[in-house]
Design a binder for this molecule. Structure first.
Ligand code: IVH
Length: 689
């Protein structure tokens, strides 16, 4: 394009649109690669034209330099707190006060049910986002309600927060958006796992993790943790309502959504206290199913005029009330410390507790993470400890509250595996049983994983079957699976003649597989489906992978030293050698083309996808063919070499027929890829996932 300024603007709008689709609506329209391509183009234009760089460019999200300390600043208007109680009766009293005030104003008794907006009370931290002329200018923590800490650089890294307000009509010159920043539970687990792997203390709960991240002094570190936000209020610069014609909270939320800010889709409304409490009860039941931590229900009067009439105390508004869930932390006593062996061989210390009810669930076991963490906290049998649980996450012992009167000795890891007696090994702060394929504690899980859909896809090899095979010693190590006889399988619970024959046939069929599937199926530490594909493409054969040294593994993009070392250790563990050798003989893995810069088997091909695809996604297929050198286009021309037609293909198909371009259906496309030596596992796996 001739006008770089125009192209830069167009790219920013397009990227902001895709950020919104992905991070706010959770409904992306394009593949990651296509997004990255837009980003690269913008970055390179900005490099060539530095005068075009602007603070609202998506390339400038992680721009801030590390600081020595956070500064303070005053809020546009005070950030109040909420009146709250865990007692539903306290909420009924609140509702009675509201109705009384209503009645007094109307000079008649009011039995009218008040309309309330209901929002999950997010357990994160509240922030004020100040937008000046639509641009994110400043972000502050709540602080003391008047003055907060400036966290703008860190908040700019949160991709669900627009750097420039968009969409819906005119934007007032100064807006103060209020909302809650939080860390989704899966991200909380990842953050803690990484901290533990580095030998550091994990965060006690997602709120601490979010608060710690937002107050990071180095924005680059904050950018690594996928914080997000739900907005729940907006004020104009003078503290008044954003728009005069906004009459309800519902309309406030609509305005926030219109500007491209994320608003919790769980928000709803109810008429009167009974409906509110019924919703509270339903929410309490769904608490564990939500992907983020909540600690209650915020109930707000929907009618803004009524709110104004009620006003606020110095501490909280009189028009809102939070009904709280019971807290998810409790104190209990450690009766014993035992260790448990996971599917991948990690040996985890577990505290057996005096049973205690935490947020409605009786907890009698809690995670002590690893040797170093338990040492750091110095937790021993007899101690009184604080236990927390978040979502479905296994409860964890967070800290010692008191030493026991009769404390046990400091905890020591057993020297050998409690399941198979193999000497245990230390890997950083962790302890592992290296007997991957024979340790009974690992074998059941490993068998199930081996036969899983993304692994060797052996139908009928579920948990129940795997457990029987291991318990009856029909499978003592993984390759025994291939010696199973239908007559023996028939004796297992849940099997008959036909199903037994089917399982044995499925196992037999799995002998011919692909390298990415095999690598995934092995359950190598750190190797999921994506890493398995990367390894397969880099090395091509299992022998080449086994011959690779740590350096070669570490050097792979996306692997790095921790994963590289773990993979290398697994592949070179002497106990694993026999099993790996045996599997190499038993299984036949289809040859795979290693994708390097000089091996692009589809170079020169121009492919167009059209119609509805079922066996794989268009994004996945586009990404794959591009990786192998083809160009994927959206319109058919004389240069097109292949058209892949799904169901209900229309004009492009007709054009291809007119031009005599080769046309294949999905099946034919998979065959075409295979003909060019390209593994199709990832395509089909990606579609069902
Ligand atoms: S409204 C003036 N809505 O709860 C009242 N607060 O204990 C403004 N919170 O500081 C608060 N989710 O951090 C509101 N949907 C929600 C909320 C929410 C979580 C937090 C917020 C506030 C605290 C009060």
């Amino acid at each position: 394009m001739s006008d770089p300024a125009a192209r830069v603007r167009a790219l920013r709008d397009e990227i902001a649109h895709h950020d919104y689709r992905y991070h706010v609506l959770d409904a992306p329209e394009i593949a990651d690669d296509a997004y990255d391509e837009l980003f690269r183009e913008l970055r390179s234009l900005e490099e060539r034209h530095p005068d075009l760089i602007a603070t609202d460019s998506p390339t400038q999200r992680v721009g801030g330099a590390p600081v020595a300390a956070l500064e303070s600043a005053e809020h546009v208007a005070p950030m109040l707190s909420l009146d709250s109680s865990a007692d539903p009766d306290a909420f009924r009293q609140f509702d009675a006060r509201v109705r009384k005030a209503l009645a007094a104003a109307a000079e008649s008794e009011s039995e009218i049910a008040v309309r309330y907006s209901l929002e999950p009370k997010l357990d994160g931290l509240s922030v004020e986002l100040v937008y000046a002329d639509g641009l994110l200018e400043r972000a502050l923590t709540r602080g003391d309600g008047q003055i907060g800490e400036v966290i703008t650089s860190n908040v700019r890294t949160i991709r669900s927060i627009p750097l420039r307000l968009s969409r819906g009509g005119p934007v007032p010159p100064l807006l103060s958006v209020r909302g809650e920043i939080f860390l989704p539970l899966h991200a909380f687990d990842d953050v803690n796992e990484r901290l533990l792997a580095l030998g550091k203390s994990p965060f006690a709960n997602p709120r601490n993790a979010a608060a710690g991240t937002v107050r990071q002094l180095d924005p680059a570190l904050a950018a690594e943790r996928p914080l997000t936000l739900f907005a729940y209020d907006v004020l104009e610069g003078d503290g008044a309502r954003a728009e005069a014609d906004v009459r309800t909270h519902d309309e406030v939320l609509a305005a926030l959504r219109g500007w491209g800010l994320p608003v919790n889709p769980e928000n709803t409304w109810a008429d009167g206290a009974d409906e509110v409490l019924a919703h509270f009860a339903r929410l309490a039941e769904r608490r564990d199913a939500l992907p983020y931590e909540i600690d209650g229900l915020v109930v707000k009067i929907d009618d803004l005029a009524l709110r104004r009439r009620l006003g606020s105390t110095a501490h909280h508004p009189r028009w809102a009330f939070a009904i709280k869930f019971p807290p998810r932390k409790e104190v209990s006593q450690v009766l014993r410390i035992v260790v448990s062996v996971g599917r991948t061989g990690t040996v985890t210390p577990v505290a057996l507790l005096r049973p205690v009810s935490i947020g409605g669930v009786t907890v009698s076991r809690a995670n002590l993470h690893n040797r170093e963490d338990i040492e750091r906290k110095d937790i021993r049998e007899g101690d009184t400890v604080r236990v927390e649980r978040a979502g479905d996450v296994i409860p964890q012992v967070v800290a010692r509250v008191d030493e026991g009167a009769e404390r046990g000795p400091p905890f020591r890891m057993p020297p050998t595996c409690p399941s198979c007696d193999t000497p245990l090994e230390s890997v950083g702060p962790y302890t592992v049983c290296p007997n991957a394929f024979e340790c009974p504690a690992q074998l059941v899980g490993r068998l199930v994983h081996f036969g899983s859909r993304r692994g060797l896809d052996i139908e009928g090899l579920g948990e129940r079957t795997a457990r029987q095979l291991v318990d009856r010693e029909m499978v003592r190590h993984l390759p025994d699976l291939f010696d199973l006889d239908a007559a023996v399988v028939e004796d297992l619970d849940g099997f008959a003649e036909v199903s037994a024959r089917k399982l044995v046939a499925a196992i037999d069929a799995a002998r011919s597989t692909t390298l990415p599937r095999l690598l995934y199926a092995l359950g190598i530490p750190e190797v999921g489906a994506a890493v398995a594909r990367t390894l397969a493409q880099r090395f091509g054969t299992s022998s080449a992978l086994r011959a690779a040294d740590v350096r070669a593994l570490e050097a792979i993009d996306g692997i790095g030293p921790i994963m590289g070392a773990a993979i290398h250790r697994f592949l070179h563990e002497t106990r694993n050698a026999d099993v790996l050798d045996a599997l190499q003989t038993l299984l036949e893995t289809a040859p795979i083309v290693v994708s390097t810069d000089d091996a692009k088997p589809l170079a020169g091909h121009r492919i167009v996808f059209t119609g509805a695809l079922e066996r794989f996604t268009r994004e996945g297929a586009t990404e794959l063919v591009e990786r192998f050198g083809a160009a994927a286009g959206s319109s058919v021309s004389g240069k097109t070499t292949l058209v892949v037609a799904g169901t209900a293909a229309g004009s492009k198909l007709v054009k291809a027929q007119e031009l005599g371009v080769e046309i294949v259906e999905e099946e034919g496309f998979l065959a075409y890829l295979a003909d060019h030596g390209i593994d199709t596992t990832e395509l089909e796996a990606g579609a069902g996932a």
